[in-house]
Design a protein around this ligand. Structure first.
Ligand SMILES: C[S@@+](CC[C@H](N)C(=O)[O-])C[C@H]1O[C@@H](n2cnc3c(N)ncnc32)[C@H](O)[C@@H]1O
Length: 300
């Protein structure tokens, strides 16, 4: 039996968690909107500042040697620099750098090959078929693996044995390009879920059974689902308490989209005053199904 807490509130404050009380983190931060104008809620540098505040809280709550698995991709925008044309903004590496600023160190790096489905519904053409501004398709994201420095409390032989990976799984996970079809286009109720396989692999690689995993940007709480299926406890923060029914469906042992959870789990929902209804809808990277800028980037 595992325990899972879903806290509706802003993860810049995770004071419910004692220092060095959770064993690993896995998350995918909200997208910054493509129209990044000064003063907006998700203006590029405000967005990075928010991420850094959350990462500092994570750093405090993680045990020494605790791993932090950060999934983030770059975005196309023309709003990062004044009077600029559409280009790829280095959101992934900028977010990664903020995690390093919070004290984490790089442990490893994985490329998530998302298959051929794509958030905007098709490739950007740019000036195709002519030079000089043709765009690559955004079919991959990064999965950075960071680590809090320090020495992890030791485990018994039995605890290690209970969490060991079989050789075939280990070989699959150790291929640094993870080909996992994106699920977000098929998922109803949240526009930016990661596939179960991402947190599942991360949790199996970087934590032991019965330990606690945290996701500070919970969304539909795929991380809690992955933790339940792998025998770990979890804590997920999500600012938008209107997502509660979506999360309950995602975690329902009888739900059919991903098959049954197959493990008994307790779920506790905590509502804080700083939860903001509808907030998850403000994190859209452009309007769903549309290209970031129709005039400069056409879709197939
Ligand atoms: C990319 S989604 C995460 C999706 C998740 N990985 C899943 O599979 O469902 C990011 C989520 O972070 C939430 N969020 C944004 N700012 C937040 C904050 N300050 N505290 C907690 N959650 C926040 C958004 O509402 C959104 O649901």
């Amino acid at each position: 039996m595992t325990d899972h807490q879903i806290v509706f509130g802003d993860s810049q404050d995770m004071s419910e968690l004692e220092d060095e009380s959770v064993h690993m983190a896995v998350t995918s931060p909200p997208y910054v909107t493509t129209k990044m104008e000064e003063g907006q809620d998700f203006e590029y540098y405000n967005h990075l500042d928010l991420c850094e505040n959350v990462f500092e809280e994570l750093y405090r709550a993680l045990i020494p040697d605790g791993k932090f698995v950060l999934n983030v991709g770059d975005i196309y925008t023309k709003y990062l620099h004044e009077d600029d044309k559409l280009h790829k903004a280095p959101l992934a590496i900028d977010t990664f750098q903020r995690a390093r600023d919070a004290g984490f160190r790089q442990f490893d790096q994985i490329i998530w090959d998302k298959g051929f489905t794509r958030n905007f519904g098709g490739p950007l053409l740019g000036t195709y078929p002519y030079p000089p501004s043709m765009f690559f398709n955004n079919y991959y994201e990064y999965v950075f693996v960071l680590r809090k420095p320090g020495k992890r409390p030791s485990k018994t032989r039995e605890e290690r044995e209970a969490s060991q990976l079989d050789k075939a799984t280990w070989k699959k996970y150790m291929q640094q390009w993870w080909r996992i079809e994106s699920e977000t286009e098929k998922f109803e109720g949240h526009h930016a879920v990661f596939p179960l396989e991402i947190p599942k692999r991360a949790i199996e690689l970087y934590s032991y059974k019965d330990e606690t995993v945290i996701d500070p940007f919970g969304g539909s709480c795929t991380t809690a689902l992955a933790a339940a299926r792998t025998g770990r406890n979890s804590v997920c923060y999500e600012i938008d308490d209107e997502l509660e029914p979506i999360i309950k469906t995602r975690l329902d042992p009888d739900q059919t989209t991903l098959g049954s959870v197959g493990m008994e789990a307790n779920y506790e929902f905590v509502h804080r005053d700083d939860a903001t209804p509808g907030m998850s809808q403000m994190t859209l990277d452009g309007d769903e199904g549309e290209s970031p800028d129709e005039s400069e980037a056409t879709q197939l």
